[in-house]
Design a protein around this ligand. Sequence first.
Ligand SMILES: [Zn+2]
Length: 344
Amino acid sequence: MLRTALVTDRRYLNHHPGRAHPERPERVEAMIEMADGLGREGLKFIAPREATLEELALCHDGDYIASVARTAGLDHYAFDPDTRTSPESYRTALLAAGGVLTAAEAVLEAVADNAFAIVRPPGHHALPARAMGFCLFNNVAIAAAWLMQKRGLKRIAIIDWDVHHGNGTQDIFYYSSDVLYVSTHQFPHYPGTGSIDEIGEGPGEGFTVNVPMPSMFGDAEYLRAFDELIIPVCQEFKPEFVLVSAGFDCHFRDPLASMRVTESGFLGMTRRIKRMAAECCEGRMVAVLEGGYDLKALADSGQAVIDELGRDADEPVSPAGDGDRVMPIIERARNARAPIWKMD
Ligand SMILES: [Zn+2]
C-alpha cells in the first residue's frame, strides 16, 4: 500500500468568484467531506502553505502579481467576465499555488509516496501576465518551475486531463524541453487552443503534446490515448517528477462540457500514470485539482483517484476496451511530433 498525502484546507472556501458561478466553494467542500469519510490507513492530511511572491514570479510577471494582490480586501474585481475575485481571493490563490508546493515537498521528502492537492482557484488557464478561465495563478506550472529551479530537478512531466486545454501551462513551457506538457481535451471548446499542430517551438519542439477530442468520447478513448501515446511519450521523456492537472469536468455528469469519462476512467488514467511514475521516478507524482463542476462527480471521481493512488504500483492495467475512434487523432499527433522527436 502506498502513502498518499492529501493537501487541502477549508480556507479554500474563501474565494467567491460571484453568484451562481460554477467554480464555487462547495467544490472543495464536497472533496473534503469525501476525503474525511475515507478513513483509510496510509492517508495523511497536510495543511497547505501560501506560495511566496518569489515562487509566483517563477511563472508570472511582477506587474500581474501586483494586480492580483491589489484585489485583496476589494468587494469584487473582474479580470474578465469569467474570472472575478472577492476580498479573500488573493490569499486563497496564494494558498492554492502553495498547496501544490506543499504536496511536492511531501513527496520529495518522502513524507508520502504521492499526493493529491485539493485546491482552488484552479490554475491551468492562467498566463504569465493574465488571469482567465477562473484561474489567477498557474498552480501546476509554478510547481514545475519550482521543482526545477529550487530543487534542481531536470525533467518534469505535466499530464492535463481536464476537459479544457491548459493554455496557460502550455504557454509557460512552450519553448522548454525540460517540461513535457501533455493534454487531453474536448476540441473545439474553451479556450480554443490545443490543436494537434501545437507541439512547442524552438528547443521546446516536440515537448508539447495535444490530444484534442470531439465531444462524447469516454473511458475507452481516453485510456486508449494513454496506452498508445501519452504513456509511451512520457516513458521516452523519463520525467523526474510527474504533475497531473486533474480536472473532473470530462466526467459525463459535468455541466460545462460533453465528454463521457466515468470514475473507472479516472482510476484507469491514474493507474497508468502511477505505473509510469514508478518506472521513471520512484513513483513521485502529485495530482492537482483543476476543474470539475458537478459536486457528485467531483467527490466520486476524487475518491477513485485517491483510492488508486494508495494501491501498489504493480496492480494490473485492464485493457482500454476498443476506443478505436481516438486512433486517427493519435496517428496525427504522432506524425506531428515524428520529425523532431528523436530521443535516442
Ligand atoms: Zn476545465
